[in-house]
Each structure stands twice: as structure tokens, then as C-alpha cells.
Design a protein around this ligand. Structure first.
Ligand SMILES: O=C(O)[C@H](O)[C@H](O)COP(=O)(O)O
Ligand SMILES: [Mg+2]
Length: 297
């Protein structure tokens, strides 16, 4: 069934009444970089006043949940750490609860402080963050060796990625087949307002190609993130709506979890891509999350 365009006040009222829980993607839905999407805070506030449960589900692993609480506050949005589900947090929960990672080992992280802090919060030591600052050349590269204490390589969005980090991740994955290869997410691009930039999935491809190993991917649209969320919040899929800006991650994620989905035009997707018959079919679409703010009037 083709996606339904929401336009009239009655459309938004009906949407709000139909669901108890709304899962929100962040980049491209609530903000773009550090700029809030107009109307998004008012829309979230309205849903809270209507007694709806909100969960923020972001593939962006650069920040920890605590960092996100501060970012939400800076943007005038009230959000608790327990409402935030980032791909960094999903990775930490997966290694702790599903893999039951041996904490005598450590994780080598090609990624930011978000991954490191979430891993450390569940008792898994993370290394690699200092490597960005270390010089490397053909002579010093021999310092880069496989470490039997590295039990996993975790790859996420890394604004300070370096050859040394990639080389260290590579040797651990290539020399030790027992070393887990985990990706926080595999988004091809990172929305940055006017432009799109290389996403963590594009950075990941360096290691996929060099090691010829396939990572286990945590974030949207993949099952680990959905399983974590459904279990953690005891959600009824029939009464839950996923709001996102990307068809290949957010909307596909919602569909795979049996949720209804609302795609917004304020991020990656445009109307033509939403209506394309071969695209993941959103239930609804609208210009922006801010459209719901009109209900507060
Ligand atoms: O490259 C990435 O990691 C993603 O583009 C980005 O961070 C997505 O974040 P989301 O839209 O899921 O909040
Ligand atoms: Mg997004």
C-alpha cells in the first residue's frame, strides 16, 4: 500500500490517537547537526502531554546517552538517558548480554567517545581512542600488531579516523578470526544540513574490504537494535510508530519490527524516493515532525 501523505489537522490527530509509543530517529528528524528542526520540540512536548511514550533511536554512535541528554537539553528538549537508544548503547548491551563478552579482554574501537563510554559503562574496556594522535609511517607501522587481548573490533562514526587506527583494527581482525567484528551501524552517509558526508557505513567498508570479513551490524535497520528496544520497553508493535528520515534504515527498521512508520522530508528522503514502488513503504509521510506542533494550537 502506497504511503499516505498527512496534511490536515484531522490526519495528525488520528495519528497521535492511534499509537501509544513513538520511536524517533534523531539526525534529520529532530535535528540536523546542532540545528533543531523547526517545531520538533513543540511536537515532542505535545506528545508527552498526550501521555505518549517517546524513545529516541539513533544510529549515530559518536555520542553516549549522557551526551545526548545534554544535546537534547541544549535544543530545548527534555529527554532522559533511558529514553535514548543509540547504536553505541545497543552495541554495548549486545556485547554484554548476548555475546557475554569476556571482560578480561578489551575492545579496539574505530569510533568516537560515545562507543568508548557506553562500552566502559557495561564493564568492557575500550582502546584505540588515543591512536588518532600518533604519527605513523612505513617504519613505525611495524609497531602495529595483533593483540590477543583484543576480543572485538568495534567500528562506528569516527571523526578522528586515522591510518593507524584502521591498520590496528585490520591486523586484529585479519590475524585473529576469534576477534569479533562489530559495526555500530552501516549508514552510507551522514546528513549535515546542506550536504551529506561519508557515513559510518562508508568508513566501515575500508575494513570490510581489507579484511574480507563481514561485520555484525547493530543499528537500524538490523535486528539487534529492534530486539533490544522491543524487550526493554515491552512495546506493542501494533501501537508503536517509528518516525524517521531514511527509508533504508529508519523505515525499514520499523517495517521489520512490525511497526507503523512515518517518514519526514526534513532529512535524507524526498517525496519521489518515498513514493518509489521499490522503496521500503512507509505507512505515512509528512514534511516535518514540526507539522504535529499545529495540534498544540
Ligand atoms: O553515519 C552515521 O553514523 C549516520 O548517518 C548518522 O549518525 C545517523 O544518525 P540517525 O539519523 O540514525 O540519528
Ligand atoms: Mg536520520
Amino acid at each position: 500500500m502506497a504511503p499516505t501523505r498527512l496534511r490536515a489537522r484531522a490526519d495528525y490527530e488520528s495519528l497521535v490517537d492511534k499509537y501509544d509509543t513513538f520511536l524517533f530517529d534523531c539526525d534529520g528528524v529532530i535535528w540536523t547537526g546542532s540545528t533543531v528542526i523547526p517545531g520538533a520540540p513543540a511536537a515532542l512536548d505535545l506528545l508527552r502531554r498526550r501521555g505518549k511514550r517517546l524513545v529516541f533511536v539513533t544510529n549515530n554512535s559518536a555520542k553516549s546517552r549522557q551526551d545526548y541528554v545534554q544535546k537534547f537539553a541544549r535544543l530545548g528538549i527534555q529527554a532522559e538517558a533511558d529514553e535514548i537508544f543509540s547504536s553505541a548503547y545497543a552495541t554495548a548491551v549486545y556485547l554484554r548480554d548476548v555475546v557475554r563478552f569476556d571482560t578480561a579482554k578489551k575492545a579496539y574501537v574505530v569510533g568516537g567517545s560515545g562507543v568508548r563510554h557506553e562500552l566502559e559503562a557495561v564493564g568492557i574496556s575500550a582502546t584505540g581512542h588515543a591512536d588518532s594522535a600518533l604519527p605513523i609511517d612505513l617504519d613505525s607501522i611495524r609497531d602495529v600488531r595483533a593483540d590477543p587481548d583484543v576480543g572485538a573490533v568495534v567500528c562506528g562514526l569516527d571523526y578522528d579516523i586515522s591510518y593507524r587506527k584502521l591498520a590496528t583494527a585490520h591486523v586484529n581482525l585479519a590475524e585473529n578470526r576469534d576477534c569479533l567484528f562489530i559495526a555500530t551501524n552501516d549508514d552510507r552517509t551522514l546528513p549535515g544540513g546542506r550536504y551529506m558526508y561519508p557515513g559510518s557505513g562508508s568508513l566501515l567498508q575500508v575494513l570490510v574490504h581489507s579484511t574480507q570479513r563481514k561485520p555484525l551490524v547493530m543499528g537500524k535497520p538490523n535486528a539487534p537494535m529492534m530486539e533490544c528496544i522491543l524487550q526493554r520497553f515491552h512495546l506493542d508493535p501494533a501501537r508503536t510508530c517509528m518516525v524517521g528520515d531514511r527509508l533504508d534504515t529508519d523505515i525499514l527498521f520499523g517495517i521489520s519490527g512490525g511497526l507503523s512508520t512515518l517518514c519526514v522530508l526534513s532529512g535524507v528522503a524526498d517525496e519521489a524516493s518515498i513514493l518509489a514502488p521499490d522503496a521500503p513503504q512507509a505507512t505515512y509521510y509528512t514534511a516535518s515532525l514540526g507539522d504535529l506542533a499545529a495540534l498544540a494550537a
